[in-house]
Write a protein that binds this ligand. Structure first.
Ligand code: NAD
Length: 502
């Protein structure tokens, strides 16, 4: 059985077949774009972008509003494609893809003019100059995406880049190409210039070709392993890159937590999208005094989940082997399975799983699982919980569960993570005002944030002489007088209370 299978093809051609994760029916075949085809897409994008950069921001915003309206009208057709490729439930597709897509188009669409407006900048030292800061698009942005959120993870950076005046070439995951292709369809249908947003279908080699094709920035979302290669290639080409990579998010359950809420929230954080969520909960540290009660609550909730209604199949078949290997390793090393622990009959789902007795000797506590599995480790106190939570190569998200909000914040500040949520799960990518990104191996740079569009712009400072004096104090010729004046100035400006005015 295969979700994505290479097909027979002539020499030098890479062809793939895709089947629906739910029932195995064929959902399409495609040929990976060659390096020449990728180059042609980038060349075309560059021509279209030159005009797009001159399009007033208000006109870009108007088109984005049109795209939003179209999407709302047609979202069911979009969902059908996404569900065919991912096997996800309608509810999860609505939350993760549709809801989030509407918000990103509206949020950035409504704010682009403010973010991109020229700014006058007061200069603390060069007071004879006027400072203006102008934002210019980078050019053509390459967006490379994974399979676990195939529409939104392609759409979100594209919305920000396009509003910033860039063209975009998307290389989606070979596992879910058609959901990402919808992004191009949406922009075309809304009336954006043809060629401004293009999707090239293909595999890793196609993604590598995109990086080599002269793009001006790469926005990459995917695994740590590929992220390293992408970072190396971007470094060699000297192009900026955003790396949004994997995670191993901890949940810290304090002694004073509302246990019912903590169990429900950790369950959602760990099981949403069948655990195939970069910032999903992957390990739990619970303080001993409440461990038994919390574990019982969580195990009951896990047992109550229903396949397909609550937990979909794995979007990518080989993920099942990774999860099974990690669970087997944990059991061999002493963990106890309280629910699930194996593949469901039919071999397409992994049963929602909770285990106790987890330790950091187990792969389940150290490697990204990306499945519906929640391992629990009991710790004597919160300090130990924080130390264990930080004992990782990753640093994407984390959650803290406590009734004492001040304690929650204190603990949050000690966590090695890109974002921390107190008493809730899986929210951070949706809080568009906040930058989203990982520390350590979870990534470089951030996406989103109030100023997210600026991730795709180059700031251009323009300094203008205000008074038109004949010459400046430091211009040629260098004289003894000028040298003395400069020495005096240093003393007066920074060696006296004048520095408080600087
Ligand atoms: P992956 O790294 O295998 O693939 C990601 C993309 O990179 C795909 O489009 C793939 O074709 C492409 N690719 C592969 N080799 C390449 C190369 N040499 N050069 C350029 N592109 C190449 O990741 P995946 O398995 O599709 O996705 C799952 C991973 O993504 C998980 O680790 C998950 O945590 C991570 N993820 C992170 C975030 C985040 O925002 N931090 C969000 C979603 C998923």
């Amino acid at each position: 059985m295969a979700w994505l299978a290479p097909l027979e093809a002539p020499d030098g051609v890479r062809r793939y077949g895709l089947s629906c994760p739910t029932d195995g029916r064929s959902v399409g075949e495609f040929t990976a774009a060659t390096a020449e085809e990728v180059q042609a897409a980038v060349d075309r994008a560059r021509i279209v972008q030159a005009d797009w950069a001159k399009t007033p921001v208000a006109a870009r915003q108007a088109l984005m509003a049109k795209a939003l309206q179209l999407f709302i009208e047609q979202h069911e057709a979009y969902m059908e494609v996404i569900i065919g490729e991912t096997g996800r439930s309608e509810m999860e597709t609505l939350i993760m893809e549709v809801f989030a897509a509407c918000d990103t188009m509206n949020y950035y669409g409504r704010r682009a003019h403010k973010v991109l407006a020229d700014k006058t900048v007061g200069l603390h030292l060069l007071r004879m100059k006027k400072g203006r800061l102008v934002q210019r698009p980078l050019g053509v942005v390459g967006v490379i995406t994974p399979w676990n959120g195939p529409f939104i993870l392609a759409l979100n950076p594209t919305v920000q880049a396009v509003l910033g005046g860039n063209a975009v070439v998307i290389k989606p995951s070979e596992v879910t190409p058609y959901s990402s292709k919808l992004v191009q369809q949406l922009f075309d249908d809304a009336g954006f210039p043809e060629g401004l947003v293009q999707v090239v279908l293909g595999d890793g080699a196609t993604g590598a070709a995109l990086i080599e094709s002269g793009v001006d920035k790469v926005s990459f979302t995917g695994s740590v392993r590929t992220g390293r290669r992408v970072g190396e290639a971007c470094g060699r080409n000297l192009i900026p890159v955003n790396l949004e990579l994997g995670g191993k998010d901890p949940a810290v359950v304090c002694a004073d937590a509302d246990l019912e809420r903590a169990a429900g929230g950790v369950l959602f954080g760990g099981m949403m999208n069948a655990g195939q969520f970069c910032s999903g909960t992957e390990r739990i540290y619970v303080v001993a005094s409440v461990a038994e009660a919390f574990t019982e609550l969580l195990a009951d909730k896990v047992r109550a989940l229903e396949l397909d209604r609550d937990i979909g199949p794995m979007i990518h078949g080989p993920q099942l082997d990774i999860i099974r290997e990690q669970v087997e390793d944990a059991v061999k090393k002493g963990a106890t399975v309280l629910a699930g622990g194996e593949l469901a009959p039919g071999g397409r789902h992994f049963l929602p799983t909770v285990l106790t007795g987890a330790t950091h000797d187990m792969l389940l506590m150290t490697e990204e699982t990306f499945g519906p599995v929640l391992p629990i480790m009991v710790v004597p106190d919160e300090d130990t919980a924080i130390a264990m939570a930080n004992d990782t190569r990753f640093g994407l998200g984390a959650t803290v569960w406590t009734k004492d909000k001040a304690r929650g914040e204190r603990l949050a500040r000690r966590l090695m993570a890109g974002a921390v949520v107190i008493n809730d799960s899986s929210l951070t990518y949706g809080a568009l005002e906040m930058p989203f990104g990982g520390r350590r191996e979870s990534g470089i740079g951030t996406t989103n944030g109030a100023m997210g569009i600026l991730n795709f712009c180059q700031p251009l400072p323009i300094l203008t002489d205000r008074f038109g004096t004949k010459e400046e104090a430091v211009w040629y010729p260098y004289t003894a007088d000028k040298f003395d004046q400069m020495k005096k100035a240093i003393k007066v400006i920074w060696g006296s209370p004048v520095r408080w005015l600087m």
